[in-house]
Structure formats: C-alpha cells, structure tokens
Design a protein. Structure first.
Length: 378
C-alpha cells in the first residue's frame, strides 16, 4: 500500500506521533494488549449457503487447534473478536460462533454495511440486531443500564458518513446513534489510504458528534488517566498505522502498514510487523506501559482463513511468546474488543499493574462466555 493516497488526512498526525510517545520506566514491564478485530463475513461475495457453512466450519474446527498451542501472561489462549455483519444475519452461523465463545476463544460484536441510510433506519437496525444477538444467542455484554452493549466496525470504512460522495452510510449523526443504541466503542480505524480515514491516528480517543455534519470522528479528546471522557463522547479504538520502509513504492516512498492480517502480499503476519505495531505506542495518556495493538482482518474468506489459522500465524504466535512474554520486560495479553475497552476504562480510572486483572472492569462477559444472565429487553 503506497504512501501518497489521501495522505493529507493521516500523514501530519502520523509524523507528529514521535513527539507524543512517553517513556516506560525501566523497572516496569510493558504490557502488550493484542486484539484481532475480524470483519467476519461468511456471505462475502455471495457464494451461497454451502460455502458460507464451510467458511464458518473452518473456524469452528481450526481455531481451537491453534489456540491450544499458546498461552499469554494470564494463562489465556489467543482470542478472536468476530464482528458479524447485521446485513448478513444467519442464525446458524452465530450459534456456531457461540461455541467458540463458550470455549473462551472469542466474542462476537457488531459490523454493518449500509448505504443511503437514515438516522431512524440505522437506529432500528442496530437496536434490532443487538437485541437478537443478546436474547437469541447470548453473545453481547450489557452496559450500565442493563441493556445490550456492543463494539462496532463500519462496513466500507465510511463511519459517520465520512466519504465525500456520501456512499456506504448516509447518516451524519451516526456517532450519536451508535452511542444511544449501546455502542461502547468503535473499532473501524485505521481506514487509510481510504478517504474515510480520520485525521487523528494511532490514538484512543473520544469523538463528540456534530449531528449536522459528517466525519465527527476526524478529531477528538484522547483517553487520559484520571480524566473523565467528554459528555456525549464515543470511544474510538484505533489500530496502528505506520510507515513501512521495508516495502517501497518506486524504490523511494515507503509503504503503509494499516495493521491488517490476511493473505495479501505485505499483509502476512510477521514478527517484524508486530514490532512495528508496538512501536506505534497506542495507549491511554499517562499509562505508557500498556500498549494497545488492535489489528483487523476479513477472516471468513478462504485465503485469509488459511493465513490466520495456518503456519504463518502459528509462527507469529511463537515469536510473540518468545520475544514479548518473558514476564520481565514484556507481558503479552490476548484480549477481545470488549476486554480492550475495559482496559481503556481501567487505565482512565488510574488502575495499575498487570492489565489482566481488569478484563471485565466495567463491561461483563457475554452469557455465551460464562458471563451475566440475560435481562428483559424491550
């Protein structure tokens, strides 16, 4: 991926990032919080029900085998977050994914592709899908009100109507709708080099919606130890965005690493890329020893599943365990999107020490993962 496309959006903040990095005390281990956010779309490409079932079955059969080989600093196996598209709902697929959740190997959150939508239509879609995941499948957590709560990834990257042509969304007050329907955090970014990329990069921050204008997530207020989020703010958990001098365009310009793992050239898992993601130092201001590494993928597609469940991903887990889980300099923690959000909230509240203690800090595990009981949902 080359450097030039839409660089006016993301390059200034990326270059300024070196001045924001805080130093971790030499006597404090760095905790690496690793989350895989999967845009999990069994119906991608419209292959038919038989192929959809085979795609889901691959994960049901292969993820437990991979996960059994590894443990993090807390004794947890690798964990996968399946952001399942509301527009591709099929009950049997979610029941199958629920088996992985019950085994402690992952959780399910909300993904959505939509176009030419309205605020009311979006609100109905999100509430209906969240209720279905919660009541029928036991797959979501609950928020402070006791109602279903969810993490979100926007299809086609077009969060808050971010595209100039208005495609793949249409809702200028999308951040408001998300927050009011139970979204605890958005995990869409980075979108570079797409035009939907926000101007803030490599941050954990709160965006406050301007319901009359698009792209309210362009800028926001960073998560900070001891600081309350802004009223009406929606948390954005970004993945690393980095220049890649190991892949050059025209022999001069660096490539762009957008923290995607799949079968594409340059996107394959590797220790070199993992080190680059850590170097982005995404975290809560005032807690530099907790480093948040959220990567993304489209894991249902066969070629990507083969990468994520095959020898190259095994090699990455082996390298991560060897290089970043010695307990002295580094501790590795496999986390879901919900757990990663809880760790942001714990850091803001001033909690210290090993973050593994705060996986369920505010948002409890879903019922399918051994969490709370269902409540009545109106």
């Amino acid at each position: 991926m080359t450097l030039t496309r839409n660089a006016h959006l993301w390059l200034p903040d990326l270059l300024a990032a070196r001045w924001r990095r805080s130093v971790v005390p030499s006597d404090t281990p760095t905790d690496i919080l690793f989350c895989i956010a999967d845009h999990f779309e069994p119906a991608h490409g419209g292959p038919g029900l038989g192929v959809e079932r085979a795609r889901v079955r691959t994960w049901i059969e292969q993820l437990p085998k991979l996960a059994a080989r590894f443990r993090d600093a807390d004794g947890r196996p690798p964990r996968h977050t399946f952001f399942y598209p509301a527009d591709q709902y099929r009950s049997e697929h979610l029941d199958a994914l629920g088996c992985l959740c019950e085994a402690g190997l992952g959780e399910v959150e909300v993904h959505l592709h939509h176009d030419d939508d309205t605020s009311g239509g979006l609100r109905a879609t999100l509430r209906g899908f969240a209720r279905r995941l919660f009541v029928e499948h036991g797959l979501l957590t609950t928020g402070p009100t006791g109602l279903p709560a969810y993490g979100f990834i926007h299809g086609n990257w077009a969060l808050d109507n971010a595209r100039p042509d208005g495609r793949h969304c249409g809702v200028n007050d999308e951040l408001t709708v998300l927050r009011e329907t139970g979204c605890f955090a958005d995990f869409t970014m980075p979108a570079a080099p797409d035009i939907s990329q926000s101007r803030m990069v490599n941050r954990l921050y709160y965006a406050v919606d301007d319901p009359a204008r698009p792209r309210s997530h362009d800028r926001g207020e960073e998560a900070h130890v001891g600081k309350e989020p802004p009223p009406g703010g929606l948390l954005l958990v970004q993945g690393p965005l980095a220049l890649d001098w190991g892949r050059r365009a025209f022999g001069v310009l660096p490539g762009l690493d957008v923290a995607a793992i799949d079968a594409s050239p340059g996107y394959q898992p590797s220790l070199r890329r993992f080190q680059k993601w850590i170097e982005a130092r995404i975290g809560v201001c005032g807690r530099p020893e907790w480093v948040f590494v959220k990567v993304h993928t489209h894991g249902a597609v066969e070629r990507n599943a083969a990468t994520l469940l095959g020898p190259k991903m095994v090699a990455l887990h082996e390298a991560m365990s060897r290089e970043f889980n010695d307990g002295r300099c580094y501790r590795l923690h496999y986390v879901t999107a919900r757990e990663m959000t809880n760790l942001v909230l714990a850091a803001e509240a001033g909690e210290t020490g090993s973050p593994g203690r705060y996986r369920d800090y505010v948002l409890p595990p879903p019922q399918a993962a051994g969490g709370h009981q269902r409540v009545a949902v109106g």
